[in-house]
Write a protein that binds this ligand. Structure first.
Ligand code: G3H
Ligand code: 13P
Ligand code: ZN
Length: 317
């Protein structure tokens, strides 16, 4: 069942966070649905502009619709990750997405407000939720590269004003994370005081944490031992997910970790089976490993075991 992020956040707020997982292909979709059903978790399927362009946006839509049939118990939102205005409108009109992110965080405050407001108006006409972003993460987001020293953490007062003026349904805040496998080069850490201050100003309003992959060191070591070169890769401590959720973070974005699982499985598989050229063999291993990874993250997010309670809330039973 496809629902909006707003509906999911209404159940999660202050208690747990939804995992928001990026997908690009059939194997990720199967692993994702399997892992969420196995851990009985509601979840968010995220599709970036890069993912839409990788094969064809319709292919992802039809595969997700097929997954919905294969896993009829699943409850999830379909969300555009880091959308620009044009892509948001395309998703809003599609009849498939239940949530979009308008990322105008690179623009000056007033322009970010104006663009976000326009998207909110169009989305709300169709009952679609909108995530916006204020502040800038480090690392690389789609095609925009943000230097570490230019990272702007979210200003809580501005956040409260932005939420009131735009009518967005959730807000991605920059609290010290960055996208990719190389977060924290030593001096950075998570700024929970920013989330706390925003929660005080707008109690009950759902916040979003981007760049939340944990970059498990075991994965990195296995990748490197199988021919990879990911030196100094480091992520967020996943034990921070639940404390963040208690402060109103309802959505935690995880993409890089899934890519690491994929890379580890395939590097090891072809190293250990040099005679194999049937890609379904490592593909099957990946789907299972990704399902296990998703279930393990849902335990840390607190979303594991919430599926039936969410269903009861949605159906009023
Ligand atoms: O924020 C970026 C996400 O990890 C999506 O990455 O744009 O390479 O698909 P992508
Ligand atoms: P990671 O790179 O930490 O997985 O972050 C993903 C993300 O924020 C997608 O929007
Ligand atoms: Zn992001």
């Amino acid at each position: 069942m496809i629902v909006t992020t707003k509906q999911l956040f209404a159940h999660a707020y202050g208690n747990y966070a939804l995992g928001a997982y990026n997908i690009n292909n059939a194997e990720q979709i199967m692993g994702l649905f399997r892992g969420n059903i196995r851990s009985q978790a509601p979840f968010i399927v995220q599709i970036s502009r890069g993912a839409r362009a990788y094969t064809d946006k319709r292919l992802l839509e039809y595969m997700i619709r097929a997954a919905e049939e294969i896993f009829p118990d699943a409850i999830f939102a379909v969300h555009l990750d880091h959308g620009d205005e044009e892509t948001c409108y395309d998703c809003i009109e599609s009849g498939f997405y239940s949530s979009v992110m308008i990322d105008a965080s690179y623009l000056p405050f007033e322009e970010n407000v104006a663009v976000t407001k326009r998207v909110v108006e169009r989305a709300h006409e169709k009952g679609i939720s909108v995530e916006a972003e204020l502040g800038q993460l480090g690392g690389v987001e789609e095609d925009i590269s943000v230097d570490e020293d230019k990272v702007h953490l979210t200003d809580p007062e501005q956040a409260a004003e932005f939420i009131a003026r735009t009518g967005c349904d959730s807000l991605a805040c920059a609290i010290g994370t960055s996208h990719g496998a190389f977060k924290f080069s030593g001096r950075q850490s998570l700024h929970f005081e920013i989330i706390e201050a925003i929660q005080k100003l707008v109690p009950g309003f759902p916040l979003v944490m981007h760049g939340s992959s944990s970059v498990p060191q075991e994965e990195v070591e296995r990748i490197n031992a199988a021919g990879g070169a990911l030196k100094g890769a480091k992520g967020v401590d996943p034990k921070q997910y639940l404390p963040a959720a208690k402060l109103g973070v309802c959505k935690i974005n995880i993409d890089t970790d899934g890519r690491l699982v994929w890379t580890r499985v395939h590097r090891e598989y072809f190293r250990d089976h040099p005679e194999v050229f049937d890609f379904r063999k490592p593909g099957k291993v990946f789907m299972e490993e990704y399902a296990k990874f998703i279930a393990s993250r849902n335990e840390l997010l607190g979303s594991a075991g919430q599926l039936e309670a969410v269903r009861a809330m949605l159906t009023g039973e």
